[in-house]
Structure formats: C-alpha cells, structure tokens
Ligand binder design. Sequence first.
Ligand code: 0XW
Ligand code: MG
Length: 377
Amino acid sequence: MGHNRPMQIVRVTGWNIHLPYVEGVYRMSGDRVTTGMDAVVVRVTADDGTVGIGESGTVGVTFDSQHLPGQIAGISYLAPAILGMDPRSPQSVHRRMQATMTGHPYCKSPIDIAVWDLAARAAGQPLWQRLGADGPEPTPLYRPVQGTTPDEVRVKANERLAQGYRRLQVKVGDDPVVDARRVLAVRDAVGPDIVIFADANCGFSLSAARRFVGLLGPGGADVVLEQPCATLTDCAHLRSSWDGPMVMDENITSLAALIEAHRLGVADGVTVKLTRVGGITPAIVIREAAVELGIGVTVEDASGCNLADMTFAHVNASTPALRRVHTVDFDSWVTITHVTGPPARQGGSLVPDATLPGLGLELDMQFFGEPFVDVQR
Ligand code: 0XW
Ligand code: MG
C-alpha cells in the first residue's frame, strides 16, 4: 500500500479573457445583446507541481447576478484563504471558501473547478471517474437558434441541423405572438423528431406566457418550456395553462431552490449552471437531489470555451443516463480556444476523454497576459 503523503495548495493564479462570438451577436429576451462572453480562468498549483485549471464566466451583466469586476475582486479575496489546504479534498476547500466569503458563488466556481481537476490528476483518474460516473459517457448538445422572423429562424434551424445539433433552443420571452410564430416556424422546418426548447430567460410576464403557450396550439408544438417567467411563483401559476414539460434555469440558484421548484411542480428538468451555484461541489449536490427526485438535469454554464465544455462533459457523464438531458458547447460559439488537449465536442455530443487524468487539458499560455491574482505560499 502506498503512503498517503500530505499535499497542499501553494499557488493560486487567475486571469480573465474576453471570448468574441464566431457569429457576431447573441440575443436574449429584453434586448439583452452581447458580442462575446467573459471568462475567468484559475490555476491552482500543489506543492508537488501538480496543477488544476478551471474556467467559469459571465455573459454580459444582465443574465445572472454576476459581474466580471466582482468576480475578479472576489477571486482575489478568496485565493489566499485556500493556500495550504489539501486539494485532494475539494469539498473541504469549498467549505473554506464558504467560511471566508458569504455568497458570491460566481467567484467560487472557477477555483472549485480547478481544485476538482487537481484532485483527479493527483488521483491519476479522469474527473468523470473521480465523480463516480459509469464511464466516459456522451451528453447530447443543444444550440440556440437566433433570428427575429419566422423565415430567418427556419434558415438558422436548418444550419444548426447541418452543424450536427439535434436539439435546438429558440429564444422567446418578448412579444408572445411573434415568439410563437418563430417557434412554430422552427418546428415546421425541422420536423417532429428534433427536440425544441423555448427559452424565455425569465422574459415573459405571466399573461404573456399564457398567451404564448396558447398560440402554440394543441400539443404545444411538442416544445419544452424553459424558464418562462422570472419567478417560481409565476411559473407555477402558468401550470393552469401549460401541462407540457417545463424546465427551470435562472431560478435554480441552490438546493433549496430546486426543492421549491419541485414542490411547485415546475421542474420536469433543471439547468444547473456552475457559475451560478458556485462550482462542481454544490452542482453535484443539486444534481444528486434532482436525480433522486426523478428530475432531468443539465449541467452547463453561462460562458467559456473548451475548458468549460470539458468540465460539462465530465460532470454530465457522472449523471445517470436516464436523467442526463443535454448541454452546451461554447467552444463552437467563440473564436478563442485557450487550452490544448482533446476537444470536448465529438459530433453532436460532448464526451470526456476516457483516460487522461483530471479534465485532460493544459492552458495555452499565448492567450494569457498578466494575471489579476497570483498568490503563493
Ligand atoms: C444558452 N445559454 C447556455 C447561454 C447563455 O449564457 C444563457 C444560457 C441559457 O440557457 O439561456
Ligand atoms: Mg436557459
């Protein structure tokens, strides 16, 4: 038997990087338009030289309660507090972050991901295995279809199919009449076998959401409704008009929120965003509870490139197949890939590498300038 030698975190380094979109712009309801996403990358180094890396970031400042300068300040505050801790116990490191700063989960997320990567590397295991997965299983991808008119979204939906996606997300949440026409146009263009999520990103008032689902007609065009209104209460009221599948995203901020969504009957599925909840440690608690409750789970985030995608690949692989829904591939969205190693995307799925330890990726230092934080013990 080998000896369990002590190991400690001796350095924490963080950079931020802007990731422009390949397609120019991305729109969500309420005229929330961005031309790229911000990502923060954290590297945690152990005393034996093993490193772990994590990425999590923001899409503008009007999606979730997140702000890049806040993330930089919070990570700089948290970094010294985890020096000296054993990175092979990620939950312990997360408890230290919780004790150091209340809230601000978007600051804890990239540190937590980097510590999980390091823990898996130290164990000589891929992260999917460290998280208890059955194997390096694939997670199907979805991709938003953007466009303001029915004709535009028809063309865009077919482009997405040609790119290999079999699951589409149509952004809604503005004018219910216009939105319903666009969703029906996509359904007409892609046929009955393609999964369509209609994501309002909290944009509909309750009355607008009622009008929208009514205009989809009998069977609701077989769409899944994603976060139609801003609150769980309004989503619950919508149940009197919509008995089709409903998925909560922005409202899933914690385990307590998941339990409340379940109690209200609005969570056939949930989207757990790592940056929103504070990293892998809280995400897998929420995921395990959702699986236990029979709720489908997506693990993803608001922003990133292949490093974020690979994290989604590993964490989703450890969700039992019956409850694994889909996820996002940001590397296809943006013009920069700031890591080297295998791409997470394989055709229409994300797949973690079967054997490489941790996340299996290295930072490509040509993309990183001065770090905003670099603390050492
Ligand atoms: C499609 N996303 C994963 C990208 C944006 O960050 C928001 C999110 C969503 O579901 O709306
Ligand atoms: Mg969403």
